[in-house]
Each structure stands twice: as structure tokens, then as C-alpha cells.
Design a protein around this ligand. Sequence first.
Ligand SMILES: [Zn+2]
Ligand SMILES: [Zn+2]
Length: 351
Amino acid sequence: MKSYQIVDWGQPLEARQVDMPVPRGNEVLVKVGAAGLCHSDIHLRDGYFDLGGGKRLTAAQYGAKMPMTLGHEIAGTVFQVGEGVKQAWTGANVLVYPWIGCGKCDACQDLRDTDCEAQRSLGAKADGGFSEYVLVPDARYLIDIGQLDMHASATLACSGLTAFGALKKMPPMKPTDRILLIGAGGLGLSALAAARLVTKAGLVVADIDPIKLEAAKQQGADVIFDNRTPDTAAALKAAAGGPIRGVIDFVGSGTTASLAMGVAVKGTVIVVVGLMGGSLEIALPLLSPRNLTIRGSHVGTFDELKELVEFSRNGQLPGIPLTRRPMSEVNEALSDLENGKSVGRIVLTPN
Ligand SMILES: [Zn+2]
Ligand SMILES: [Zn+2]
């Protein structure tokens, strides 16, 4: 089968002919129908995450292997199952939960795979979906999507779930309160799509790209704000139209984290999601009297993804703009994403 793999850090992915895996035990082989592209694919391809102050976490330290097939937003059709799989999955259209843990520790037993210290996430630590087929370690990580659109469903596994997981970490709010979403890329738009399922707060979106801000407006943002505005934090606070009681930072750079601190009111919850890189210096004596929460949020649980698919099935989850491209264009698509040239999500189809 043809797979698009990292063969050297910082180099384009290479189309390679690899042996088709044979599922054993509870494993499942899925024929890929659609695979979404994510910003973290760029970090993995480049081989590091920027920790700020000149420090780096290399992809190898993170647990990525080489060669490795990227791609963690995967929808497809079950092709073959191992002898241990009891349910009749073969032929079903499925969304794959890629954030797979070791399966043995306490976190995994509680279905909190994202808190597992020995994750084997598909497309990050194990071979993923930029391929004709992907091996899923256990049928329990499949969600039946029936006749739902495969391309739109694929994006739920990372951008949809990440946005949903972060929104769920916001405190209860009133319509006069504001949640600030920093970044109007695929994640920001996914958060706008899912926000009404989770919160009553008004939604403010900040970005530096007017085209992406316009997309955010179309997706339902109450207020859009250009982060290139001078005296950014003060101007953003004034434009928000209410106290910013929650911030979700989908960029995750030193600049955006400082902006989040700059617009916070007492009690604000700041959730950092993006991995753009950098660090934040915090004056500790301000944290307690201002009652601030700063926390991370990494994707979401299997149950949250199931919940999201159910919302999608019931027509309660609006779609985000998608660009469908053949998988052979994966490297061009990664550069477009890196250069900010894509609105919404790029989803690849094997060809
Ligand atoms: Zn992702
Ligand atoms: Zn585990």
C-alpha cells in the first residue's frame, strides 16, 4: 500500500510502498476514505516543538518514530478485523479515535487515553492515515458514522474534538460574558461550530488575518478583532462588549499567551491548546488575587468524540469550510497550511 511518511526530519513526506498490515487480536484494518491535515503535522514533519528560550522538544523525544506515516484525522471503511473482534465491523464506515493510550494503565481503563503516559497515538507516535490503509490497535477506538460525510467527519477527530474539549473547560457563563478564541484557523472555526452546544457566552475571535476573520464571522463569531491593532490587549478588551471570562488560545505562542493574560478579568480561565511555541512569564503574586486559571487542554476523550459525532448526526453541529485535495498533494497542502493559505480544514483523499 502507498503511505506518505516522514523519512527525515524537516524534509517533505515521501510516498512509500509499505507492506499492508494484517490485523491480529482486537486490531482493525481501515481503508482510509479521508484524512485531515493539522498544524501539528507540520511540527512533527519539522521534527521539533519550540519550547521558547531556544529550547526544543524534538519529535523523537516526544515519541515519534521514523519512518512514520502522518495523519491523525481519519475516516474510512473497515476492511479487515483481527480474530478477537466480536462486533461485525467489516464494511462499516467509521471515524477513528487516534489518541490511543497503552490500554493498560489507570487512565486508559477509565477511557482517559489522553492522560496516558505511554500513548501510541496514530499519526503522531504510530503510523497514521496519510495512507491507503491504517491499522487501529483495538476496535474499541472506532465510531460508526453510517452515511455521514467522511471528509467532514474526519476533522472531528482532532480539530472538532480539540475545540470541543477546550470549550468544555470553560466555566458556566451568561450571554453577556465573553469567550475569546485566539486563532481563526481550523480549530477556531471548529470552536465556533461547537460553541452553542456548550456555552451561552458571546464569542470573540482574534486573528491577524482578515480573510480568516471573515470566515469566523461567517461561522457565527459575535465579534471579530484584528490582532495587529496597536495597544492590542486594551483595544480587544474594549471591542469585546463584555468581560472576557474565558480564553482559548489555539495559537499557543508567547505573544498570544501574553495577550490572554492582558485581557483577563478576575476569575478568567485561560486554556492553551496551540503548540506554536514559546513560553510565558507569570508574576506569581498576581495569580491568586486575580483568581486566574491557566491550563492546557489536549484533544479530548473517546466519549467526547462519540458525543460530537452524535451532535453531527442530529444536525446540531454546523460544518466548517473544507478543502478536499488528493493525498498525492500532501506536501503542497502542508506548505499552504504553514503559510496561512488555507481557510478551514484541508482534507486529503487517497488516490
Ligand atoms: Zn491535530
Ligand atoms: Zn495508558
